[in-house]
Design a protein around this ligand. Structure first.
Ligand code: GLN
Length: 305
């Protein structure tokens, strides 16, 4: 049996001595306050065992990682029709870029960039009565933690600084690809990004993907087997924006990052791993988080390849 505890211990000890290169997200003022020294790693096995080192109990804002949960809800609900309004190609552009939208008639490249995630959240507003409450119950259910919540300070800070996301939404609305009022959409989107989790919650919340669509905590099917495959493929090719190729190359797992400094990745049928380190590289992905994951798949000698 692989000694995952010993492996993450060694990674943590070495990387914790590194200078934190990069900077915390400061375009959302509430995130600029976060101490860049935080560092934690959690591994969750499908067998139920888990391993933790560092700051694994302190909650942080999961930001774009929330896009995975809204995508799972909406994809399961709409099925293949979803791909009429959002693509599944890597964009090669930053997460908040507007540049492709005009050429591609308001259809975002994929659901992991902000434009695509806004379309997905818009569909949540279409068909769910109380999207914020229902998203919260989904994440509580997949993480097995009934006390997870939004960070209203972060949500309000982002709402007050959402000009870029509003621009994306209005532009897509002009093509008919956003159905709801942009203020209502921003409210749900900024709340979803403010979801607070620690690395333990985060690693657990990806177990339904490790388990290929079935929530291991409840036995409920959240995605069909085919949808779990498709969602994993989208994470592998688009989860790190214009750094997705490099992440796949270095780490070899599907995963997702957020500008709160969280990174989570998984190997189907085996494990999920979450890392938190708030200092971000120029692509908006956690510098130490990616380094830790690269070392992890190297040391365990396993990945999806
Ligand atoms: N809330 C952030 C935004 O919309 C999420 C971006 C991210 O985590 N990459 O800009």
């Amino acid at each position: 049996m692989m000694d995952y505890g010993k492996i993450i211990d060694a990674i943590y000890r070495d990387l914790n001595t590194w200078e934190r290169t990069g900077k915390v997200a400061d375009y959302i003022p509430a995130l600029a306050q976060v101490d860049p020294q935080h560092f934690g790693i959690s591994v969750q096995l499908l067998t139920g065992e888990s391993f933790h080192i560092g700051d694994t109990l302190k909650p942080f804002s999961i930001q774009s990682i929330s896009k995975v949960f809204t995508l799972a809800m909406v994809f399961h609900h709409l099925g293949e029709d979803l791909w009429k309004s959002v693509g599944r190609e890597p964009s090669g552009t930053p997460f908040n870029s507007l540049i492709q939208l005009e050429q591609e008639a308001g259809i975002p490249r994929n659901p992991m960039i902000n434009a695509g995630a806004l379309v997905v959240t818009d569909r949540l507003l279409d068909d769910w009565k109380n999207p914020k409450e229902e998203l919260l119950s989904f994440v509580r259910c997949v993480s097995g933690n009934p006390s997870l919540s939004y960070d209203f300070g972060v949500a309000n800070s982002e709402l007050a600084n959402s000009d870029r996301n509003r621009a994306l939404a209005h532009f897509m609305k002009s093509y008919g690809n956003i159905h709801n009022d942009v203020n209502d959409l921003m409210d749900v989107y900024c709340h979803q990004c403010s979801l607070q989790m620690n690395t333990r919650d985060l690693a657990k919340s990806f177990q339904f993907l490790v388990n290929r669509g079935v929530n291991p905590w409840t036995g409920n099917e959240l995605l069909t087997l085919s949808q779990a495959k498709r969602l994993g493929a989208v994470l592998m090719t688009c989860g790190f924006y214009d750094e997705s190729g490099d992440f796949a190359f270095r780490v070899g797992m599907p995963g997702k990052s957020g500008v709160g400094g969280g990174v989570v990745a998984y190997i189907p049928n085996v494990l999920s791993i979450a890392v938190w380190s708030p200092a971000l590289n120029p692509h908006g992905n956690s510098t130490l988080g990616i380094e830790a994951l690269e070392r992890f798949t190297t040391l365990i000698g396993n990945s999806v390849f």
